[in-house]
Write a protein that binds this ligand. Sequence first.
Ligand code: E4P
Length: 271
Amino acid sequence: MVAACPASSGGGAEGSTSTFLDYQQLIIKVETTPCKRTVKLIYKPIKLNHMIYMADTANLDELRELYSFFPLEGVTTNPTILSHSGHKLSESIEGIQELVGTGMVHVQMISAESDDMVREAKKYRSYFDFGDNFYAKIPVTANGYRAMRILKDAGINVTATAIFTQQQALVAMKAGADFVAPYVSRLDNISSHGIEVVGDIVQNIANYGLKGKVLAASFKTVDQIYRVSMAGSHSATISAELLHQLIKHPMTDIGVKQFEIDAEGLYDIAF
Ligand code: E4P
């Protein structure tokens, strides 16, 4: 025999569990038993309108070409990328700044000590007359974490870089990093799983309601970019070569060619 439920229990006749997104994008889980209805808030995902693409190059010719058609929101650099540009830091960053306007520019610090990293970041920010579009890229070393906190307290944006684990990213966000950059290919190349690390960090951000964003980095294939976007990465920084490749499809080219042929003599309105 089933015991009678109190009148105000809110329970349903049958036990059930349902999960849904409410109008504020909160994930709600409703558990209904014969005597009780429990509503649980699971987590609130951070709201972003779109995936942010950035160019992982300091080559000004490549950037000029990319910026002419690709909806980019910034440029990321590191000492290796800058060494390929053929210019010194001051010249490279000035050129990039001119191209991106108010877009983000991520510049990596080369100091080893935290105080030096902070001085370096402040110097670049003022030297190039950057505003809030400047991001100091700081590697996730003990000194790096220390510098991140100091820079955030000074109102300077931080991108935590050289990330290989979800824990490094989580600690960086707790230290105030705005972006955390896991290295996808470098992980894949040591028989680890770059996409899984990206997915885990995305999940942490959602679970804990953190303000940081994943900036997936170090790509060697278009498939990796596809998979980090499906894992919910908030942004990705991508080489010029891969940015060109990821928008290409031979069927698109064939389709466009056919449209051109079929339009011959048909479109009679001058423009
Ligand atoms: C970007 O911020 C990283 O420094 C970069 O993507 C690393 O790429 P790599 O692994 O190809 O050197």
